[in-house]
Design a protein around this ligand. Sequence first.
Ligand code: TYD
Length: 198
Amino acid sequence: MFITFEGLDGSGKTTQVHLLAARLEAEGAEIVITREPGGTPLGEEIRDLVLHGGDMAPWAEAALYAASRAQHVEELIRPALARGATVLCDRYVDSSVAYQGIARGLGLERVLELNLAAVGGLMPDRTILIDIESGRAVARMSEDRDRIEREDDGFHGRAADGYRQLAARFPERYVTVDGTVAPELIAEEIYGAIRRNP
Ligand code: TYD
């Protein structure tokens, strides 16, 4: 099973990836936790470039995220799924659609198309969206911000709207949870949703 986690920086996604992994591991499943951009040696190099490098053209940015993802799918995600592991991935295609497609304005369809080509059509079985209002997410970001986190509040607001559009478009795989309640309650809701509808 392939489960992705999406949401703004500061939504608490990473905490939830680990909480779900612990519960599923306790049931005896093989769990692979990974993240984007990154997840492979090439992906980590791209991560450094895209988050800590200098200015770049919007399509260069979109192509770098897609390149990291293509490597990630080939080297790590497909082999893990093929041996029956459950893969929990912190961000995936929908991050590019929300951030590059909608917040940057490159277009939902074009960015989705680029990414579907990069991943050979591999999409998650479930996508957990941790929904949080952008003002609140920005307030939770650390002082030491990466290139994307340094964007203005309008950018983060458009990314949040982008995620809501994606959840409406792909209701069969989306599970949207309220990111403002206690982490343990969010974890319970996510686990319940996965168990009800694996
Ligand atoms: P993330 O690893 O979640 O940040 P952190 O390490 O601070 O938790 O993501 C890094 C940033 O990259 C985040 O601001 C969102 C952005 N991003 C995109 O714009 N497009 C993408 O396709 C991905 C995967 C991330």
